[in-house]
Write a protein that binds this ligand. Structure first.
Ligand SMILES: CC(C)(COP(=O)(O)OP(=O)(O)OC[C@H]1O[C@@H](n2cnc3c(N)ncnc32)[C@H](O)[C@@H]1OP(=O)(O)O)[C@@H](O)C(=O)NCCC(=O)NCCS
Length: 158
């Protein structure tokens, strides 16, 4: 049985560790912005023993940006539940648009988002090469053995 709850400040040390385990560092970089866990909202999926999913997001005017989304037990509905939780929060705050950035190698994420109504709106060619200057732990070869270099922005109207 998976439980879902909102992140609290007490979760910050665990959140940093989770990002380090899953994204190589205690911060993530997207479209030239460095995101640290402090100040982000989020939801955690908990299996009674450990975190099995995490989504973080932030509000920018009428936009809601998903900063990170992870599931460590894939294909069991955790990612969908986390996404639904953020959409519900964003609607409560009267957001009109939700967006996120993924990378050219992440075919699974591109599929996941598009099947949930997101549309690709921008390709930032070479953006990951720029991020790598800030965060050298970003690999040159990404998922699916694809050279990791571009950012793809997807959005959904709420
Ligand atoms: C993208 C990601 C968050 C999706 O999380 P997830 O927990 O696997 O998502 P879900 O289980 O909700 O959905 C995945 C698939 O499993 C299917 N599924 C859901 N519940 C299921 C169940 N009980 N049994 C079998 N399949 C199920 C879903 O239908 C979905 O398939 P679809 O996309 O064809 O509809 C996850 O793959 C991940 O963490 N990837 C690595 C990190 C990453 O790339 N994050 C995005 C960065 S931009």
């Amino acid at each position: 049985m998976i439980e879902y709850r909102q992140l609290t400040d007490d979760d910050l040390p665990r959140l940093r560790k989770f990002w380090k385990e899953n994204w190589g560092d205690e911060f993530v970089v997207g479209h030239g912005v460095v995101y640290t866990p402090d100040g982000l909202d989020g939801f955690v999926a908990w299996d009674g023993n450990d975190w099995v999913g995490l989504v973080t997001y932030t509000f920018l005017g009428e936009d809601c940006e998903i900063v990170s989304i992870d599931s460590t037990l894939e294909g069991q509905g955790i990612g969908t539940k986390l996404m639904e939780a953020v959409v519900a929060e964003a609607r409560k705050k009267n957001c009109r648009r939700m967006f996120l950035v993924t990378t050219n190698d992440n075919l699974n994420a591109l599929s996941f988002y598009q099947k949930r109504g997101f549309e690709m709106v921008k390709v930032n060619r070479g953006a990951v090469n720029e991020s790598r200057k800030i965060k050298p732990s970003i690999p040159l070869i990404g998922m699916n053995n694809i050279p990791l270099r571009d950012e793809i922005e997807l959005e959904i109207n709420l």
